[in-house]
Design a protein around this ligand. Structure first.
Ligand SMILES: Nc1ncnc2c1ncn2[C@@H]1O[C@H](COP(=O)(O)OP(=O)(O)OP(=O)(O)O)[C@@H](O)[C@H]1O
Ligand SMILES: O=C(O)C1=C[C@@H](O)[C@@H](O)[C@H](O)C1
Ligand SMILES: [Mg+2]
Length: 182
């Protein structure tokens, strides 16, 4: 029997990874985990606290640990949302490419800015002009998201439910194709 892969959503802050991940997991009847939340639960502290005490490097170490643990677990067949910076480490990119069906949720910088403006729990956006920070991060990270992605889904000007439906369609098409050719 073919084991269903973990589905892992990547993309910038505000792309909708948490929102869409939850919606597609419900539609597929799979468990949903948010890696940011897993990191917080493991640390017994929230992300701003981790950044303050351990710096971004400490957070990245925890992120790699959490990602390694989920792909090593036997459970499989779950949906995961990741944090926007998951692709920064080469080690993480290798893990993603080799162990999951990776969906890149694309959002323009304007949409990222709009969607992240509603909350202030993202430490990287607290250090300067959010628009300039998001633009700089996007320039570095967009090619890295593309490098690991199995599927790329555009999210601008689409309601979350419509984005989720597109993700579900693309996943079904991809899995069907894989089964047909193997
Ligand atoms: N397609 C969409 N259209 C409009 N608003 C959206 C869409 N997707 C998500 N949002 C809203 O944008 C905000 C950020 O979404 P969400 O937290 O899911 O992003 P994220 O990719 O998980 O970000 P982070 O990397 O910071 O965890 C939320 O308020 C959510 O309701
Ligand atoms: O883009 C990033 O580097 C981050 C995004 C968030 O999801 C969190 O993982 C954290 O705030 C870092
Ligand atoms: Mg999120």
């Amino acid at each position: 029997m073919i084991k269903a892969p973990n589905i892992i959503l990547v993309g910038p802050m505000g792309a909708g990874k948490t929102t869409i991940g939850r919606l597609i997991s419900q539609s597929m009847g799979k468990e949903f985990y948010d890696l940011d939340k897993v990191i917080e639960d493991n640390a017994g502290a929230d992300i701003p606290w981790i950044f303050e005490r351990e710096g971004e490097e400490g957070f990245r170490r925890r992120e790699t640990q959490a990602l390694s643990a989920i792909v090593q677990s036997d459970t499989g067949d779950c949906v995961f949302a990741t944090g926007g910076g998951i692709v920064m480490r080469e080690e993480n990119r290798d893990i993603l490419r080799d162990n999951a069906l990776v969906v890149y949720l694309y959002a323009s910088v304007a949409q990222q800015l709009y969607r992240t403006s509603k909350s202030n729990h993202r430490p990287l956006l607290q250090t300067g002009d959010p628009k300039a920070i998001l633009k700089k991060l996007f320039e570095v990270r967009d090619p890295l998201y593309r490098e690991v992605a199995t599927l790329i889904i555009e999210t601008d000007a689409r309601h979350p439910r419509s984005v989720a439906n597109r993700v579900l369609d693309a996943i079904r098409r991809h899995l069907k194709m894989e089964i047909t050719v193997s």
